[in-house]
Design a protein around this ligand. Structure first.
Ligand code: GLC
Length: 593
């Protein structure tokens, strides 16, 4: 990569921190986090050094899916506070030079949103805001247990949260589509008025001063004709709803109408997104999004159901990142994340959360901050927070865990919860949602009341107070990683340098370079709990196991200044980057110039 080709944007140089407000900090003792609670922690965020906050939904909602079922896009959920609290939050962030992006959930609303209430009442103006269809009568053997006798749902789609994706409404006499919970009816994007409503709502938030949007399941908004037309052609499979036929028209329209390069925009794209679609979303002449959250690395260790946990291979993880890093190079920008509010804790999933928790949390942080793309930190990650020791189904709160597991038990797909309890515990979204661990006190200092979801018992050891006092903590390591993006000596190569995998087939080590002009970073990560040996290949070596084209060989290093930029072991380490032993979960970053 040549520095002359750099297309600078503030959001490429930023580090984003995600806040799940329900679990962040509670100030009124109701056991649920709130906006004043975030305000109370602004100095903590400032100390960490992050540049942007992504706030999960804080809008009015009956909470069937913790705020992703929105009843009013322009007001704040009572449990979280008021609009004036939200304004104070925005001011407090901006005072500290921290930007704010909001969650945009427009594939669906709550069934308690006024639009749906009116649509259901038969109000002509709102009827087509949602997707209402007749059932099928030509399906043999349909038991009619979901709708009228002899009537089957309009197609066979199942919802993401278990059960059919259609709900029959007796008063309307038709079925409505809900790709998620029954309380989350899908909006009909075919309807121009829906698009207008969404775009003007986005403008309203931008005028209030926000700095961008994270777009929930944005690649689902265009449904295939078999769903949108009243006299549909042959039914489509569920996959037809991913990156549907008019998706780029709709996202492109949003881009043109509402978005600009100054905003941080990141679209969540579920399913198997092709690189052509990806480039269309975020490419130079594309729809106008800045980044995507794809799921390729989140699906390596699991099947489609929350009880299907298999573990992952490092080479597969590297393949996913290489694919995205190289395919978007020079064309679009990557987002990098290893966990969020929908995923288990990264140190439990990809690291060793028992013996090498601190080392592996730091190693994963090193990866996140040295890949090409914008890093997203999920609250508590900077403390090395782990999965929760879930035991019983009653321990969970999440619809995406409870509903599918309960359905599978009812239908005999699973015989006993005990048979699947370890897998469910490894994968449940609730792992990420246990309250933030601030102190070693009761409820980890999260609340004075009863927390809505149990606090991890390990808060006595893992908490922000302890981490801030300990110079070797994950917290301080993260502060250093974040600060690198502002360090003039390395920031350009760190942010804009191209990514090259040095040793793709190595099953235990992940080694790569970042290159900008003649500056390089060499990153070497030991993804095991054993010692490993690293050696930079010689130029003339038969490098069958190395990359086809070596981005760096040992001979080049002799002529370069080398500096050990980052290391997650506190003892002094050898400064020669050409050959060295790595301890369990050791991470090193060398700067070569
Ligand atoms: C996204 C959100 C998730 C939510 C779902 C439905 O995947 O991240 O939390 O349940 O969309 O809105």
């Amino acid at each position: 990569m040549d520095s002359a080709d750099i297309d600078r944007q503030w959001w490429k140089e930023a580090v984003v921190y995600q806040i799940y407000p329900r679990s962040f900090n509670d100030t009124d003792g109701d056991g649920v986090g709130d906006i004043p609670g975030i305000i109370e922690k602004l100095d903590y965020l400032d100390e960490l050094g992050v540049d942007v906050i992504w706030l999960n939904p804080v809008y009015e909602s009956p909470n069937a899916d913790n705020g992703y079922d929105i009843a009013d896009y322009q007001s704040i959920m009572d449990e979280f506070g008021t609009m004036s609290d939200w304004e104070d939050l925005l001011d407090g962030l901006h005072d500290r030079d921290i930007k704010l992006i909001m969650d945009l959930v427009v594939n669906h609303t709550s069934d308690e949103h006024e639009w749906f209430v009116k649509s259901r009442e038969g109000d002509e103006e709102f009827r087509d805001y949602y997707i209402w269809r007749n059932g099928r009568t030509d399906v043999d053997g349909w038991t009619g247990h979901l709708g009228p006798d002899d009537e089957a749902p309009p197609n066979d789609w199942g919802s993401f949260f278990g059960g059919p994706a259609w709900e029959y409404d007796e008063d309307v006499g038709e079925w409505y589509l809900h790709l998620f919970d029954v309380k989350q009816p899908d909006l009909n994007w075919e309807n121009e008025e829906v698009r207008e409503e969404v775009f003007s709502m986005m403008e309203w938030w931008l005028e209030k001063g926000i700095d961008g949007f994270r777009m929930d399941v944005i690649n689902l908004i265009s449904k295939p004709p078999s769903v949108t037309e009243h006299n549909p052609p042959e039914p489509d499979g569920f996959d037809a709803t991913f990156d549907g036929p008019k998706i780029h028209e709709y996202v492109g329209e949003m881009g043109e109408r509402v978005l600009s390069d100054d905003l941080l925009t990141v679209g969540e794209v579920v399913g198997d997104v092709s690189m052509d679609d990806a480039r269309q979303y975020v490419g130079r002449d594309g729809d106008g999004l800045g980044m995507l959250f794809h799921f390729d690395h989140m699906l390596l260790d699991r099947g489609g159901d929350v009880w299907e946990y298999y573990g992952y291979d490092l080479t597969d993880l590297k393949d996913v990142f290489r694919h995205w890093q190289k395919s978007l190079e020079g064309e679009g920008w990557n987002s990098n994340y290893l966990n969020n509010h929908d995923q288990p804790r990264m140190v439990s999933r990809f690291g060793d959360d028992v013996e090498y928790r601190v080392e592996s949390a730091k190693l994963l942080g090193t990866l996140l901050h040295t890949l090409h793309g914008t890093p997203y930190i999920y609250q508590g990650e900077e403390l090395g927070m782990t999965n929760y020791p879930f035991e019983r189904l009653d321990d969970y709160q999440d619809v995406d865990t409870l509903n599918p597991v309960q359905n599978a038990l009812d239908e005999g797909v699973i015989e006993n919860f005990d048979d699947v309890k370890d897998s469910v515990a490894a994968l449940s979204r609730d792992n990420a949602r246990t309250p933030m661990q601030w102190t070693d006190e009761e409820h980890a200092g999260f609340t004075d009341g009863e927390p809505w979801l149990a606090v991890n018992p390990n808060h006595e050891e893992i908490n922000a107070d302890t981490a801030r006092e300990d110079d070797d903590s994950v917290f301080h390591y993260y502060r250093n990683l974040i600060a690198l993006r502002d360090d003039d000596d390395v920031s350009d190569v760190l942010v804009y340098g191209s990514y090259d995998d040095l040793w793709p087939s190595h099953t235990d080590l992940w080694a790569y370079t970042r290159t900008l002009d003649d500056e390089r970073l060499l990153v070497v990560l030991n993804f095991t709990s054993e010692d490993q040996q690293f050696r930079l290949p010689r130029e003339d070596e038969d490098h069958a196991t190395y990359a086809d084209e070596l981005p760096l060989h040992a001979g080049e290093v002799a002529d370069l200044d080398t500096e050990l930029l980052v290391s997650n072991y506190d003892e002094d380490v050898e400064s020669d980057p050409t050959e060295f032993a790595l301890r369990p979960w050791e991470a090193r970053v060398y700067h070569l110039s």
